[in-house]
Ligand binder design. Structure first.
Ligand SMILES: *Cc1c(COP(=O)(O)O)cnc(C)c1O
Length: 299
């Protein structure tokens, strides 16, 4: 799973000031599973185990392109559980790949307007056919301590003790909370937010962290490339050139932005000589299907 890429200078010429001082490796969580890829697998684990032990229908929230929705649909099906997706916004005339796949995995979809979605109101018609006590709610994006507990296991699958920095994309922050909790004292965790101006993020992540780790996270807020699920030609160019040099695909919502942020840190001389950097490929490649064909050389 570890894809050794011994030297950032050979990986990407974007890092003009790079001087062979650092090792950059990629942990390929995208290879775990084609659908429930990356961090979602870990974040869902404890929620689904509980839903299974109670034999409940799993309900969760997400947008029309949500990796979390399609991952939950698949993971619930694997456990023989029914699933419901409450989707933000009106039903699109043409369903996204994500929604089509979620449906194919047996997820029942309900669409809510944005204000209802925001307050996480469960549409009434869902209760026409089932009782509230038979529903197990997984928070949006798997946010919560159960999600973080699962994400902590990401660092247990391989020996990553020699790395000084672990870099991951951030949506809800559940994944970096787990990584930081499981990290060693000499390791720094760097999170790159996929959102623009997500001011509540720090507080939300802190509430998932043990006391001694509460100040351990470095969050980058300026690599959103226009905002959540937005992209620029600079980002696409980076993703294509990174793929051509390493054979590693990234997605445009999370990992492309994160890896570019890491290379910007490298080129600015942020790391010390000898630092070893581990980039997490957290998955999400299905999201690239929403880009026009030909945008990416590999999707
Ligand atoms: C969902 C997702 C994230 C964000 O994870 P959080 O735990 O919500 O911060 C990061 N990368 C990818 C590819 C994702 O799909």
């Amino acid at each position: 799973m570890m894809n050794e890429m011994n030297n950032s200078c050979r990986i990407d010429e974007l890092s003009a000031h790079c001087d062979l001082r650092n090792t950059v490796d990629v942990l390929r969580l995208d290879l775990l599973h084609p659908v429930v890829s990356g961090n979602k697998w870990f974040k869902l684990k404890h929620y689904l185990a509980e839903a299974e032990s109670q034999q409940k229908t799993v309900l969760t929230f997400g947008g029309a392109f949500s990796n979390h929705i399609v991952a939950t649909a698949f993971a619930a099906k694997e456990k023989g559980l029914k699933s419901i997706g409450v989707i933000r916004g009106e039903e699109p005339p043409l369903p996204s790949h994500t929604l089509r796949n979620a449906k194919a995995y047996g997820m029942e979809l309900f669409f809510t307007n944005r204000s209802q979605y925001k307050s996480k109101i469960i549409p009434k018609e869902i209760f026409d056919e089932r009782k509230a006590e038979n529903i197990y709610v997984v928070p949006e994006g798997g946010y919560g301590s159960k999600g973080a507990l699962g994400a902590k296991e990401i660092l247990l699958r391989n020996d990553v003790s020699t790395y000084t920095h672990i870099v991951s994309a951030v949506g809800t922050g559940t994944t970096v909370a787990g990584l930081l909790t499981g990290s060693l004292p000499h390791q720094k965790v760097i999170g790159v937010s996929a959102f623009k101006n997500n001011h509540s993020l720090e507080t939300e992540i802190k509430s998932l962290l043990p006391e001694e780790k509460k100040n351990g996270l470095m969050l980058i807020h300026d690599h959103h490339f226009g905002g959540y699920a937005k992209h620029t030609s600079e980002l696409i160019k980076f993703m294509n050139s990174f793929y051509l040099k390493t054979g590693i695909p990234t997605d445009f919502v999370y990992t492309g932005k994160t890896f570019l942020a890491a290379f910007d840190l490298l080129s600015k001389g942020y790391f010390s000589a000898g630092d070893k950097i581990l980039l997490l490929q957290t998955g999400g490649l299905q999201g690239n299907l929403s880009l026009p064909k030909g945008t990416l050389v590999y999707a």
